[in-house]
Design a binder for this molecule. Structure first.
Ligand code: AMP
Ligand code: GLY
Length: 424
């Protein structure tokens, strides 16, 4: 069959790599893709929310399935767009329709969902200009630090964690005043949970689910988890503290109530669910939902997936996921992100990337690259995810670090301390 992947990052390159290995695949297209995805299919230059242009591609290229990588097209209703179009209606979209995508698109919606279905999460109150005073009183009832979240999508920047109460009050006012535009017209104030985070992924056809490999990502630019937040500097899978006992709690208390909750609420959900979890004294709490796979977690997780991903997607589309097989490699995987110097602040694009052919033993998933003449050049802050397997995460990381050192481009930077918080 012919598949179209929507997106242009490392996650989508990882999908393209995996999907291209399926015996079921005929033609693979990626919109818009990057220099890496071009090795496994045909890139088509179109924006991820340009639904009419995507429609044209789907019809012209006889696409049989659309796999949506990032959240924005999902929240903006790509799946609904397909369902509403007579010619597209029967072409499956992997990713929820906009109502389900609200689990990521609105923190307030997600919190209400968690409460309604008794899913363990931090105490919260949603605040607008109308109930600001109530919000301030709620904040006074909490202990520092104070967690403030813009309700809507804010490109990963909408969460503030503030030590000082007076500053937190000031920030709520600024958020409601438009700090994140419309996204912060509602602000979710949350109790701060102290623990260690991990990312759990499931895929669902709306009735049953399969749990994909658990991962941990590293969001800060600096070693020791310091400095600014990034799109992700690397990831490892599995996560030692997310052992069988922990994962059983996650399944019983979080995954099952979520899938059942979607059914009860009549939310037809077909796609990935990403549970952003925090372990507080070995008890899992749900910090957030995402309605897609994680990036860069996918670039590690995909290496551990032994099953045919297309086969799983067919199970999602046909509503018979429970009959499909999911095999996971017990080996570990890690990915190390090479970024452009200056990122996540000001950085340059267009640097020539060399020595990609000298990499041995790792798989490279391109994040921000493009082909220019006969060269590959940087085209984003996060450039290439260097992914490897090993008997444990230290071995997988060591291989990725070795190859991270081999690849060259001007002002290359990567974190060398991934997994530091997991070594006992
Ligand atoms: P979110 O976008 O909701 O995942 O939040 C971004 C990051 O903020 C998370 O990955 C956590 O590190 C942190 N965070 C969010 N909510 C909380 C909370 N209630 N307690 C502690 N940390 C939090
Ligand atoms: N790695 C976190 C995310 O994809 O949102």
């Amino acid at each position: 069959m012919n598949i179209l992947i929507i997106g242009s990052g490392g996650r989508e390159h990882a999908f393209a790599w995996k999907i291209s290995r399926s015996p079921k695949i005929n033609q693979l297209y990626i919109a818009p893709g990057n220099a890496g995805t071009a090795e496994f299919g045909t890139n088509i230059e179109v924006g991820v929310t340009d639904f009419p242009a995507i429609r044209t591609i789907v019809l012209e290229k006889h696409i049989h399935m659309v796999v949506v990588g990032p959240e924005v097209p999902l929240v903006e209703g790509i799946h609904d767009f397909f369902l509403a179009d007579r010619q597209l209606r029967d072409i499956p979209v992997i990713g929820p329709a906009s109502l389900g995508a609200q689990l990521e698109g609105s923190k307030d919606f997600a919190k209400k969902f968690m409460m309604r279905h008794h899913i363990p999460t931090a105490a919260y109150l949603s605040v607008t200009k109308e109930n600001l005073e109530e919000g301030i009183r709620f904040m006074h009832s909490l202990k520092a630090p104070y967690v403030l979240k813009a309700d809507g999508l804010a490109a990963g920047k909408g969460v503030l964690i503030i030590e000082n109460l007076a500053e937190a009050e000031q920030s709520i006012r600024e958020m409601l005043g438009g700090m994140f535009g419309q996204a912060s017209e509602t602000v979710v104030i949350e109790e701060f949970l102290s623990g260690i985070e991990c990312s759990v992924f499931a895929i669902t056809d709306g009735k049953s689910y399969k749990i994909l490999p658990v991962a941990k990502d590293y969001k800060r630019i600096g070693e020791g988890d310091t400095g600014l937040n990034t799109g992700g500097m690397g990831a490892i899978s599995p996560v030692p503290f997310a052992d069988e006992v922990f994962m059983k709690k996650v399944e019983e208390r979080i995954i099952v109530p979520t899938v059942n909750g979607l059914l009860k609420d009549s939310i037809d959900y077909k796609g990935f669910i990403f549970f952003g979890l925090i372990s507080v004294n070995s008890e899992p709490y749900l910090i957030e939902y995402n309605v897609r796979m994680g990036d860069p977690e996918t670039e590690a997780v995909i290496l551990r997936l032994k099953s045919d991903l297309v086969e799983l997607f067919e199970g999602v589309a046909q509503g018979n996921l429970s009959e499909r097989q999911l095999d996971i490699d017990t080996a570990s995987a890690a990915t190390v992100m090479l970024v452009a110097g200056g990122y996540p602040g000001v950085y340059q694009k267009g640097a020539v990337i060399s020595d990609l052919d000298k990499v041995e033993g790792s798989i490279l998933f391109h994040s921000g690259t493009k082909v220019s003449g006969n060269e590959v050049i940087t085209n984003g802050g996060r450039v290439i995810a260097v992914s490897s397997k090993g008997k444990d995460f230290s071995e997988a990381l060591a291989l990725s670090y070795r190859n991270a050192g081999v690849i060259q481009f001007k002002d290359k930077f990567f974190r060398r301390d991934l997994g530091f918080d997991l070594i006992k």
